[in-house]
Design a protein around this ligand. Sequence first.
Ligand code: PGA
Length: 250
Amino acid sequence: MRRKIVVGNWKMNNTVAESETLAQDVLAALGEGFSGCEVGIAPTYLALEATERIIEGSEVQLVAQNCHYENDGAYTGEVSARMINAVGCSYVIIGHSERRQYFGETNATVNLRVKKALTEGLKVILCVGETLEERETGVTESVVTSQVTEGLAGILDIGAIVIAYEPVWAIGTGKTASSAQAEEVHLLIRTTITELYGEPAASQLRIQYGGSVKPSNAVELFAMPNIDGGLIGGASLNAADFAAIVKAAS
Ligand code: PGA
């Protein structure tokens, strides 16, 4: 039985003070009711340390939204996996579609980041997903399979990886993939992992769904056999909605 995992991706929202308030609100809204589910929140880099102080001692884990693949050096504007680890993160999100779309990330740079994060002892949420155009031209399967295969190239430790399937056309658009559409791709991802790592590893891999998850659709999505939780954007900025989504997974 895979333990579900729900992570709030706060993206480029909230000052440090606002992040502290939201983290406090999330803890209060969650109460004790999420023992069946792993929970994380991903504030901006700037708010990681302050947020960690709020959630320290709770079951909520600190997650970073990205990391660079070098330890340090002349990479203006970047933050390394080593730094993220030192501030208390357990997970890092890598390859989010917004990183691929706006910041030029490719499967190759995603792979470098995944490798470095694992070396630094972080667990990784590797994001994959097709654009609307790719879905409409019938290449979803090949796009997602290459993102998984190339993103994980050379990586042995699949136990430290969570994959998030996030169809780009469903992110922040209010359009959710139907539970059947999502399940189809989740099954494809699990089959790909079976081919790469064998059945026992594939059956333990958690695959999150992301893209307009809300309290109103979470129960149905999380009931699908291969959907093991969610990566939540917009709805994670509201503590009550986020807690309701966690409860749907618990
Ligand atoms: P959304 O974002 O829930 O706002 O669609 C999901 C994500 O990008 O992780």
